[in-house]
Design a protein around this ligand. Structure first.
Ligand SMILES: [Zn+2]
Length: 323
């Protein structure tokens, strides 16, 4: 009997490899769906506020992934239909990539005629290093300011796309697979936990969290805190991020008042203020700081339809029309 159950176990393993379970496939797809949700909100904030950003980059609005970054490669293949080991994971609706007809599942073949070496060198451990290297090559090529020729393996065979997207605020957005309600900014990217994404009732609430973190990056807070740390400096950067966040939201077409509601819900849930040792405002104070900014916005003249945030007024705005 022992022997038999051993065989059954072996068969179960083989079956699992050959035919990934539907629930695992659904879980993988749900994760990528969250990625796209965050990328879409991030793209909207970063493109609408582009004229006010000192650091910009040309971003086509796609998310790239590698079958190697998933623990179960067969499940990843079944879920996403990788046409190449590194492929388009999702495309932000309305982005330049979307308008070109690039689709999730399209595999990355070549850049300006040079074949990506993703096909030849596969890391043996779970890793996103290969996809990151390709991302970096794409960013560098786009930074030269002309159209790039991107060859993709599509549902209709290999196709070449001329990708020539406009500049938006330089930032990337990624989902951190943790249940804790948390988000962060490291100077270049914005991280949001899966827990916070689920806690956010709608996209406008999520945009409030993302705008706050993006504001930290646009204001160079990480560098400032490296130069002068301490409780008071942290508190000052938190207030600035709250102040700027509502301007970023308004320019991207999100109702900035949602940030007030979200700050209250988040504050009540996490109890921030009691345990934060003076580095963060209590939610009631956050709400009044942001309320004052919303009142200031109401009497600020628009330029090219946008509200220039006073906290970013040091930057020159060459992308903004004079009137
Ligand atoms: Zn903050």
């Amino acid at each position: 009997m022992k022997f038999l159950s051993g065989i059954l176990l072996l068969l179960a393993c083989v079956a699992a490899q050959a035919d990934p379970r539907q629930e695992d496939i659904a879980a993988y797809r749900a994760l990528v769906q969250q990625d796209l949700r965050l990328a879409t909100i991030g793209y909207r904030l970063a493109s609408a506020n582009a004229p006010f950003c000192a650091r910009r980059e040309r971003n086509p609005g796609w998310v790239i992934h590698d079958e190697q970054q998933y623990p179960e490669r067969d499940t990843a293949r079944a879920a996403f239909g990788f046409r190449r080991p590194v492929a388009i994971s999702s495309v932000v609706p309305g982005s330049p990539a979307d308008r070109l007809g690039i689709q999730a599942g399209d595999g990355l073949v070549a850049l300006d005629g040079n074949i990506f070496d993703a096909q030849s060198r596969a890391p043996d451990r779970q890793s996103a290093a290969r996809a990151e290297k390709i991302q970096q090559d794409l960013r560098q090529a786009l930074a030269r300011g002309r159209a790039i020729r991107l060859t993709l393996e599509t549902a209709n065979g290999q196709r070449e796309f001329a990708v020539d997207p406009p500049s938006i605020c330089a930032s990337h957005f990624w989902v951190d697979a943790k249940s804790k309600l948390d988000a962060g900014a490291d100077g270049e990217g914005v991280r949001v936990t899966e827990g916070l994404m689920i806690f956010a009732r709608d996209d406008a609430e999520l945009a409030a969290a993302v705008a706050h973190e993006l504001a930290h990056n646009l204001l160079g807070h990480r560098e400032r805190l490296k130069a002068q740390g301490g409780t008071r400096a942290v508190l000052a950067t938190e207030i600035e991020a709250d102040r700027l966040s509502v301007w970023l939201m308004a320019n991207a077409g999100f109702d900035p008042k949602v940030a007030l509601r979200f700050a209250e819900r988040y504050g009540r849930k996490t109890g921030l203020g009691i345990f934060s040792a003076g580095t963060h405002l209590r939610w009631k104070n956050r709400v009044s700081v942001m309320q004052a900014e919303i009142e200031a916005m109401a009497v600020t003249p628009r330029r090219s339809g946008l509200l220039p945030p006073p906290l970013l007024s040091g930057a020159d705005w060459p992308l903004l029309a004079k009137n």
